[in-house]
Design a protein around this ligand. Structure first.
Ligand code: GLA
Length: 379
């Protein structure tokens, strides 16, 4: 049964609009978005769909195809940051962030097809699908960068997760066949063509199914170290620092701040290098950069975990051109670049290594760079 039909069955009215927004993988530029850095993620083909209809009163009802017997209910007047709740908070946060532009209550049914807890930004996909629908229904006329900031504010202030701007931006602004080079300071973008298929390559995504709890403090702590380092260096954000400047100012920082800052400054450099290499279709050099980034996330930023390291190491031992953990860290997914012919034996090797280590069975995905959010259907 389609999302629209389910909506009608559940809410006894038709949806006015269905919007979709994708999850993402990040090729390079990790934990640098909140340092005003450059990142280069791309949208995956898995997406979240939000069917929405305005109501005559101020009630809000939210449900999902994955849990159709649960309806979350609140009202426009009861939305307040920090409210307990589960995944519905991400939607409530978006409605809240639109402020008094939302003049009617809402019925919302979501079909979330981005794997949860895999570090593929299911939360940004959820926020952005709903944000796009509300932007259209209430004629708010926000641009895509403005919508990305709005969704980020929902997550920062309403949900309480101090994320950067990368996930929402790529979910909204990605284009099929391209990675998105994003300047996280002004949200200007450049689409970077990435023809993996043409080069006979595929990007394997390994969901380690290890616990991924960004809201648990590790993420916020890394962000705080980076901000404190920037403060002590007298700059607005670590983006404004070169590696030479960082080295000469070493004594101003604690050992830990220096390690965090070194990762950030070098990973931003790696993004720029990667852009050049992609334009030359030099994928083996791109692979090496991914592997360097992994080492930096593991050793300097200290956000990897045994499952992520095993996924990357086993990929490398099985002909991968390069790979790394992606996203917030402490679990979630790793990516590894392969020739198509090498993928299936690598998957087997990774699954075997995980069994041997007593880890959860990993899940595998592949995805070519896909398109960003769009209106799926206006009814
Ligand atoms: C999470 C956050 C992003 C970004 C990444 C790390 O996905 O939501 O803003 O900081 O971690 O690069």
């Amino acid at each position: 049964m389609s999302l629209a039909t389910n909506f009608t069955e559940l809410f006894s009215t038709k949806p006015e609009i269905i919007c979709e927004a994708p999850g993402r993988v990040n090729l390079i530029g990790e934990h640098v978005d909140y340092c005003d850095g450059f990142v280069m993620p791309f949208a995956i083909s898995d997406r979240t769909y939000a069917a929405v209809s305005r109501r005559q009163d101020r009630h809000i009802r939210i449900s999902s195809m994955q849990r159709r017997n649960e309806i979350f209910e609140t009202t426009l007047d009861d939305l307040k940051p920090g409210l307990d709740g589960k995944w519905e908070r991400y939607i409530c946060g978006v409605i809240w962030a639109f402020g008094n532009q939302i003049t009617n209550g809402l019925d919302i049914l979501v079909d979330g097809r981005v794997a949860l807890g895999a570090g593929l930004s299911s939360s940004a996909a959820l926020e952005c699908s709903v944000a796009l629908a509300l932007n259209e229904l209430f004629k708010s006329k926000y641009t895509l960068p403005e919508l990305a900031r709005l969704a980020q504010r929902a997550e920062n202030e309403y949900v309480g997760m101090p994320c950067g701007i990368m996930d929402q931006s790529v979910s909204l602004m990605a284009q099929s066949g391209n990675a998105l080079l994003l300047d996280c300071r002004d949200l200007s973008t450049e689409q970077i063509p990435i023809d993996l298929a043409g080069a006979g390559l595929e990007l394997l995504i390994v969901d380690t199914r290890a616990h991924h709890a960004l809201v648990d403090g590790g993420y916020a702590e890394r962000r705080a170290s980076c901000e404190s380092a920037a403060n002590k260096l007298g700059i607005k954000a670590l983006r404004d620092c070169s590696i030479a400047q960082l080295e000469t100012s070493r004594s101003k920082l604690t050992e830990l701040e220096y390690m965090r800052a070194e990762h950030v400054v070098r990973d931003i450099e790696r993004v720029h290098e990667c852009v050049v290499l992609l334009k030359q279709s030099d994928f083996s050099a791109v692979g090496q950069i991914l592997t360097q980034s992994h080492a930096s996330l593991r050793d300097l930023f200290e956000i990897s975990c045994p499952e992520l390291n095993l996924a990357v190491d086993t990929a490398l031992a099985n002909n991968s051109l390069g790979g790394r953990m992606i996203g917030g860290g402490f679990g979630g997914s790793a990516i590894a670049l392969f020739k198509v012919a090498d993928i299936s034996s690598a998957k087997e090797a990774i699954a075997k290594a995980f069994t041997g280590a007593g880890f959860n069975e990993p899940r595998f995905f592949t995805s070519l760079p896909s398109s960003g959010a769009r209106i799926t259907q206006q009814l």
